[in-house]
Write a protein that binds this ligand. Structure first.
Ligand SMILES: Nc1nc2c(ncn2[C@@H]2O[C@H](COP(=O)(O)OP(=O)(O)O)[C@@H](O)[C@H]2O)c(=O)[nH]1
Ligand SMILES: [Mg+2]
Length: 393
């Protein structure tokens, strides 16, 4: 009997301990995921606690309302690091550039590179939106080098072509974004471009990149033309815990931009990103508006970076529009969006050469982290579609 009791007790003990060991880790594990959120949230609550003290802000300024991320908003996200993004750039581009790459490499591996073949090579570059001038230059150099080196094999020609394409993108250009604050004053980044080019989306994506790198960011919604534009920007900011400064609908964009930088200085963020409107019905009006935004913001100090956002799918037409912006503000970098949606990736070459401004970032999709730093060599490899070529042939 005693033995039975002991065995039963032992069994019970084992069951209880076993049960606990199953439950306890789960209990322990469960609170873990929200941890990073709580940490970041605490910071936001401090931010939230800030504005009530400074409530007179609204009276001081031009009626611009400062809005912190709403209480009870979805948990703040930790964006994907930028490191792996070039790999994605490759695959996204290669998908659409494959035909172009195949065609070009096919031409180059012909037995005889006669006049017709060179013309076809030229045509395929022009078709890819490389632009007539750049194409001529690239093909002339390629012909010259082929002649001098006596290069024959398709592989060698491919390397030569890649070299010329990279060269046309001037790999020596500085493509870094100036987003670091100096002497406690935030870096100011102005984002310009026509309607629908992807400005607001790009502002949001850049904010995520900066947050992922441990920076603090404030967004300024200087597209006051539609309230939806400010909402859109605020949504992007809210996801990563960045405050958005916005004004009432139809407020003066320059004053919103001014207040955003002012607020950024007060709060002590690293970077202030200013989203603008891009109506182009009236060139003079747009230039006046942007010129004013620039002047007014510069009362706080110089603008560190002015990014021109261009839609890659608009091809050569987009280039003409781009000029208006380069005349209105001092554009320091180009963001080429929607490269995932065009088979004409050569536009990167045309844009950079025509405008003489480095392409610093490329948009590769509508996803939150579909923005990558631009790298000429990686881009050319993707453009020629060398890797996927063998796979789906
Ligand atoms: N496929 C694709 N869509 C993009 C990209 N960048 C922006 N978009 C889309 O383009 C549309 C317009 O973007 P938005 O940022 O509102 O343009 P804005 O008027 O210049 O502010 C939106 O539907 C975006 O999701 C990109 O790199 N790839
Ligand atoms: Mg917008």
């Amino acid at each position: 009997m005693k033995e039975y009791l002991l065995v039963a007790l032992a069994l019970l003990g084992v069951l209880i301990i076993g049960g606990l060991s199953l439950v306890v880790p789960r209990l322990r594990r469960r609170p873990e995921p929200p941890l990073p959120t709580t940490e970041v949230d605490t910071r936001t609550e401090e931010d939230l606690a800030g504005p009530p003290v400074e409530a007179p802000e609204a009276e001081l300024s031009t009626g611009v309302v400062v809005e912190a991320p709403p209480v009870g908003a979805p948990p703040i996200e930790v964006p994907e690091p930028t490191a792996g993004r070039l790999v994605r750039l490759r695959s996204r581009l290669s998908r659409s550039q494959n035909a172009f790459g195949k065609g070009l490499l096919g031409l180059l591996s012909r037995d005889r590179l006669d006049e017709d073949t060179w013309e076809e090579i030229e045509d395929s570059l022009i078709t890819a939106d490389v632009g007539i001038d750049s194409t001529r230059e690239i093909v002339d150099r390629l012909r010259e080098r082929t002649r001098v080196l006596g290069t024959r094999t398709g592989d060698e020609l491919r390397t030569l072509l890649a070299t010329e394409l990279v060269n046309a993108l001037d790999p020596s250009l500085d493509r870094s974004l100036r987003t670091t604050s100096t002497d406690g004053v935030p870096a100011v980044l102005l984002v310009v471009g026509v309607n629908g080019a992807g400005k607001t989306t790009t502002c949001g994506k850049i904010a995520r990149v900066l947050v992922a790198d441990g920076r603090t960011v404030l967004l300024g919604a200087a597209d006051t033309f539609r309230a939806a534009a400010a909402d859109q920007l605020e949504t992007w900011g809210g996801r990563v815990g960045a405050e958005t400064v916005r004004g009432p609908e139809a407020a003066d964009p320059a004053s919103v931009a001014f207040d955003a930088v002012k607020r950024g200085i007060e709060v002590g963020v690293d970077t202030v990103l200013i989203d603008t409107a891009g109506r182009l019905q009236n060139k003079v009006g747009l230039m006046d508006e942007l010129g004013k935004v620039k002047r007014v913001v510069e009362k706080h100090g110089p603008i560190d970076e002015t990014l021109l956002v261009l839609d890659a799918t608009t091809g050569q037409n987009g280039l003409e529009q781009a000029r208006v912006f380069t005349e209105a503000v001092n554009v320091t970098g180009v963001v080429l969006t929607k490269l995932d949606g065009t088979a004409k990736g050569g536009i990167v070459i045309a844009v950079q050469r025509k405008l003489g401004i480095p392409v610093k970032l490329v948009g590769l999709g509508e996803g939150k982290d579909d923005l990558a730093p631009f790298d000429p060599a990686q881009f050319v490899d993707a453009l020629l579609g060398t890797e996927p070529l063998g796979r789906d042939a």
